[in-house]
Design a protein around this ligand. Sequence first.
Ligand SMILES: CC(C)(COP(=O)(O)OP(=O)(O)OC[C@H]1O[C@@H](n2cnc3c(N)ncnc32)[C@H](O)[C@@H]1OP(=O)(O)O)[C@@H](O)C(=O)NCCC(=O)NCCS
Length: 221
Amino acid sequence: MSDSAGEAALSAAMKRIAPPGIRLGCRLIRDGDEALLLPEEASALPARQPAARRASGTARALARHLLMHDGIPDAVIGRSGTGAPLWPQGVVGSLAHDDQMAVAAIARTADVLSVGIDVEPAEPLPDEIAALVFNGGDGIGGIEAGLAARVLFSAKEAVYKAAHPLDGEILGYEHIRVDLARGQGITTTGHRMRLFFCVHPRVVVLAVAAGDQPNSILKAT
Ligand SMILES: CC(C)(COP(=O)(O)OP(=O)(O)OC[C@H]1O[C@@H](n2cnc3c(N)ncnc32)[C@H](O)[C@@H]1OP(=O)(O)O)[C@@H](O)C(=O)NCCC(=O)NCCS
């Protein structure tokens, strides 16, 4: 599959998993994408490898595009001291990138408490990393065997990205329990998340902490 066909296929897969009220998107990382960082964004990023700046530029341009479609033009997406993206008032969101693709999720604070997203190539996870990620309470039912550890890994990263901005706690894989068949994640710090994911053409997992937000969009899903 060509790069642009892969981008279109992932975009379609993400549209299918997106719960109401949450905008998801993907964008191929292209040469020169570091130039998409706004000056305020570029200065908020620590000194990094060019590839990391490029991926951050792709992800921020994508998120800006999603926000524009949500009626928020020209957003600046900063970065907190702990690395979490900073969103305009009334918005929560999350970014991720692998070597080739950036993804983003945004939602309104009236609808959800927090979101986290992750993207991974649809390839088996090395055994030594899989051993770190799995713990006894995790459920991987329904996922093709070769990719289950990869999806679990991605789910825990997504849960972490949704949880960390809520309380600043640094969590390891052992602090997050995931049930892929039920689409649920829970942290030892008490955050419950709904999980939405696709496996092909790339693994993308969205974690949503609904809280008791007034519109509570996840009650309907
Ligand atoms: C957050 C973290 C998991 C990101 O993982 P990664 O594989 O490096 O990178 P990803 O492409 O998946 O995501 C990168 C994006 O995550 C976001 N991010 C970084 N730190 C974050 C945090 N503390 N909270 C929420 N989002 C965060 C940023 O938007 C970043 O993109 P940017 O640098 O372009 O702004 C990692 O940086 C981290 O902080 N790990 C420590 C805790 C941990 O690994 N625990 C085990 C997993 S549960």
